[in-house]
Design a binder for this molecule. Structure first.
Ligand code: OSB
Ligand code: MG
Length: 387
């Protein structure tokens, strides 16, 4: 297998308008943000990655600001000039930096892309080559769509209708106290058979167990992250009290978190966001733990640009990913993405894995530059002062 030598890493902080913002229990971001990683190798190949950092530390403690700092001051210096034979070697190279998993994810993803490209492989092929036999990519990911908190039940059912008509076979509603039973009841009445799940983004406490028990009547595919963003223990007290299978998102930052959660019965389903756990290497560990435990696994989303979306679709096409993923078509998020072609929803609520080398999409540098200018103009605390 060919290796790469890291020659240069450029960072691009970007802001892009959303087609439809996503209101969650912790708020709403005004536009899509990310730090795009452009990793150049001695061989003249470019690998791409992106952070899933937001402006506000609401979902994660990492932000655009912390990722910029950690990438520039610590992670990039650890990688420059290094020869890398396998992307699973990246975690060791950057182990001296604790935490900051979204920043680490982004550089690891850029290495995965570059290495797949120099070896003439798609990312999906490269992922499968790191797993035991029988885990080849299916060529597509089965997906659903995430729907934000709306002002009314009518508005919610309307957007659900639009998404079901577009072909999405699994609907996720964001909930919070005061907006949970109501939207679930309205959507269930309109769509008795749709795969329906709710995501609380940590908006409840164990004292709400009786209240959350009311959600049992809606035959939910799962209830995502009802309790604390870093809690596992309290979830193990909640799960026996409700019939909805709990899925952990925010609480799972490593394979050891998964082992603990399954051991103590804190959840029955795992949402894996490769960015939340620090990269695809750690994601493989989680994939294997879930496979061994027969625990349903799906890939979450963070409203990624085409770069992160392409890589996550490749991962989501692995056969151990068993439930519909939070990876929707490009048109759900952006009128214009920074890569081409846009991802389209196909029959059976699927998105095809790009067949090109690496992430398999064509990254548009001019659009990245446009989005960089938007970031500088819109975000007053950017380290690059607005002109
Ligand atoms: O909790 O899954 C979440 C987006 C930002 C922060 C947290 C979450 C989400 C999503 C988006 O649900 C899903 C998608 O990318 O479509
Ligand atoms: Mg979630």
């Amino acid at each position: 297998m060919a290796h790469i030598t890291v020659k240069q890493i450029n960072l691009h902080s970007v802001a892009m308008p959303f087609v439809e913002p996503l209101r969650t229990s912790f708020g709403e971001e005004p536009f899509k943000t990310a730090i795009i990683i452009e990793l150049q190798t001695d061989q003249g190949v470019t690998g791409w990655g992106e952070t899933t950092t937001e402006i506000h530390p609401g979902y994660s403690s990492e932000t655009m600001g912390t990722a910029q700092h950690v990438l520039r001051e610590f992670l990039i210096p650890l990688l420059l000039g290094k020869s890398i034979h396998d992307a699973t070697d990246v975690p060791d190279l950057i182990r001296s930096v604790r935490g900051h998993k979204m920043a680490k994810y982004a550089v690891e993803a850029a290495v995965w892309d570059a290495l797949a490209k120099v070896n003439g492989m798609s990312l999906a092929e490269s992922f499968a080559a790191h797993l035991p036999e029988g885990h080849a990519s299916k060529g597509y990911a089965t997906v659903g769509v995430s729907i934000g908190i709306k002002p009314t039940e009518t508005a919610t059912v309307e957007i659900v209708k639009k998404r079901v008509d577009e072909g999405y076979g699994r609907i996720k509603l964001k909930i919070q106290p005061g907006w949970d039973v109501q939207p679930a009841r309205a959507v269930r009445a309109a769509y008795p058979d749709v795969l329906l799940m709710l995501d609380a983004n940590s908006a409840y406490t164990l004292a709400d167990a009786e209240h959350l028990k009311q959600l049992d009547e809606f035959n939910l595919l799962m209830l995502e992250q009802p309790l604390g963003h870093d809690d596992i223990f309290q979830h193990s007290k909640l799960q026996p009290q409700i019939n909805s299978p709990i899925c952990l998102d925010e609480s799972i930052k490593s394979a050891d978190d998964v082992r603990l959660a399954l051991e103590i019965g804190a959840c029955k389903i795992i949402n894996l966001k490769p960015s939340r756990v620090g990269g695809y290497t750690e994601s493989f560990e989680i994939y294997k733990v879930c496979f061994e435990h027969n625990t349903p696994l799906w890939i979450g989303g963070m409203l990624e640009t085409g770069i992160g979306r392409a890589a996550n679709i490749a991962f989501a096409s692995l056969p151990g990913v068993t439930l519909p993923c939070d990876i929707s078509a490009t048109s759900r998020y952006f009128a214009q993405d920074i890569s081409e072609p846009p991802f389209e929803l196909a029959a059976h609520s699927r998105i095809a894995v790009p067949s090109g080398l690496g992430i398999g999409v064509d990254v548009k540098l001019d659009r990245i530059q446009e989005a960089e200018a938007a970031w500088r103009a819109q975000y007053p605390y950017s380290d690059t002062p607005a002109s």
